[in-house]
Design a protein around this ligand. Sequence first.
Ligand code: PMV
Length: 337
Amino acid sequence: MTLPASVQGGPKNFSVRQFGMGFAHGKIILLGEHAVVYGAPALALPVPGLTVTAKAVLSSRPSGHPGDATFTMAGIVPAPAPVETGETLRRIVVDFKKTTGIKVDTPIDIVIDSGIPAGRGLGSSAACARSVVLALADLFGRQLNPGTIFDLVQAAENLTHGRASGIDTLATGSSTPVLLTGGVTREPEVEIDGIFVIGDSGEVGRTNEAVGMLRRRFQRDPQAQEEFLARVSTLTSLAVRDLADGQAGNFGARMIACHAALREAGLSTDRIDTLVGVALTAGSLGAKISGGGLGGCVIALADRPERAQEISSRLLGAGAERTWTVPVGRFARHGHS
Ligand code: PMV
């Protein structure tokens, strides 16, 4: 292709392709949300069916400043203020250029096609950020190592969430479950057979507000912080063991107990509590709110596909906007969904 005047001439440490593509997917937190911000363990599951694709091209518009980029949202448009999203994404462009040493002032036009509803604890912001980073890398023919990708996505997440643990950044790019403890990640062993059913309450969750609310409460009452972290850490650690031991029933019980801890911390809503109750009545092994809270999604565990279908239809009947399923163990290996 013919390069725009602003990228021609001078020593070049990159090559420009006609366009660059980047991909990422959604995630759901199984246990440990909020506590993970303070270094406690959290367990997240990738949701490969919820995808984001970003396409980046050099613009034919006149040359601008290093952060000059347009973002067009296709698919499910994010619920948070688009201006805020645009500023966060522009920051990625600036950081990407700084990190890679690529000096191009030509504006970049980026189209993000997202199938992840925003504000539901499904990793929409991290997945959008990741897809943009990867699209930029592809556009400029750069292979980024996982650490660099993490840093770029995480910087954007910190802008979006205030203080992000990194679990969304990791899980939206992982093909396997993620266990994050004190900033260190590892892949947990999964020996349980089951189907996780995600139900969208339709209420927009407010992660930033929820994280801030908890932080202020913990500053006023350090004892409450200690108790919350001890309670949730224990549940998550036991759940990780249940996962490895194939104890789906015990894992479900940890989910129920974790929901109680999050509800008592003021992070649930009446609608979420209703959906959790509906999932349990429909035969879930466990159910809870997931993610930042104050809205968002519930996650329930079913022991087999028929039960997952039943839970899903009861959730929809009780007002859930949508449901998704993520099989694990033999149901994943046999291609059920
Ligand atoms: O993006 P959400 O709503 O799933 O929230 C992420 C989980 C929190 O623990 C609340 C925040 C974080 O950065 O870990």
